[in-house]
Design a protein around this ligand. Structure first.
Ligand code: FAD
Length: 254
């Protein structure tokens, strides 16, 4: 057994799906490589910093609690109700104290294009800066806003954006043919958030599942996504390499 000390704090800011997935991946990876290389002493920690009172605010309490438990098993330290205040070269200052780190990863959300805030005479924005739309996803009779930019219950998810586009296409066809316009654009998408190796949480309406099966569902969904973009062959290569953790180690050749 070697006595190697890895001293490092990885800090991820924002405990939405992206931050949780990343914290789980780094946590699992640290566990895996230290075991593989017989490292006896590890002083490496993953910190997940979240301004809100809990992680995964878009998911149910039940789902979020399951994820929090799994992250804790992986050694991830979750700091909720904690705001980032400043960052120096080797410290992140937060509202509850400082964390020594050289690696800060920001996953605390994206902002709407400033095109909307620059044109406030046309667009009304909600408190997240998203555009308020009517029941047809319209801002004016001839102007639609959809996907991440629209202030709807499930915006911020890829499937919602695709469903919005489909809805708008149907609305345009209905208007051309003077038929009744559709009004139901809100659909709850199933969500699968990985939080560690071969572990994920699945939520669809009231159903919550966690563990290996949801992670398989997620892997299949990832494959379908890759295939749509790069074709089957390349997608298979990317997908089957998804569990590769490292190339041959220069020190022990494992
Ligand atoms: C790191 C990360 C991980 C994510 N993971 C998931 C996930 O696992 N599952 C999930 O469901 N969702 C996920 N999302 C969210 C998902 O990507 C979005 O909900 C989805 O892409 C929204 O689609 P959209 O068409 O509204 O916007 P976008 O996909 O952002 O498309 C907008 C497009 O408009 C272009 N554009 C911007 N300004 C202009 C301009 N002035 N003129 C012309 N073009 C312009 C942009 O370049 C972009 O291509 C993730 C997002 C991020 C950032």
């Amino acid at each position: 057994m070697k006595h190697i000390v890895i001293a490092h704090n990885y800090v991820i800011v924002g405990a939405g799906p992206t931050g949780v997935e990343l914290a789980g991946s780094i946590g699992s990876y640290l566990k895996h490589i230290t075991k593989l290389h017989h490292v006896s002493s590890v002083n490496a920690r993953v910190h997940l910093v979240e301004a809100g009172p809990r992680i995964l605010s878009q998911m149910s309490n039940r789902a979020a609690n399951k994820v929090a438990k799994n992250l804790s098993k992986l050694g991830v330290i979750v700091h909720t109700s904690t705001q980032v205040q400043a960052e120096t070269l080797n410290t992140l200052r937060t509202s509850i104290g400082s964390i020594k780190t050289n690696t800060v990863i920001w996953t605390a959300g994206t902002q709407n294009n400033e095109f909307f805030s620059n044109n406030k005479s046309v667009f009304s924005l909600d408190k997240r800066g998203k555009v308020v739309v009517d029941k047809h996803l319209c801002v004016t009779p001839t102007l639609y806003v959809c996907g991440d930019n629209a202030s709807t219950k499930f915006s911020g998810l890829a499937l919602t954006a695709v469903w919005h586009a489909d809805f708008i296409a149907k609305d345009i066809v209905a208007r051309i043919h003077h038929k009744n316009r559709p009004t139901k654009y809100e659909r709850a998408p199933a969500q699968v958030v990985p939080a560690g190796r071969a572990w994920a949480v699945f939520q669809y309406r009231g159903i919550v599942m966690s563990g290996r099966l949801p992670s398989v569902i997620r892997r299949v969904a990832d494959f379908v996504g890759y295939r749509d973009i790069v074709g089957t062959l390349k997608a298979l290569t990317i997908w089957s390499n998804g569990d590769t953790t490292e190339e041959v180690c220069n020190t022990c050749r494992r």
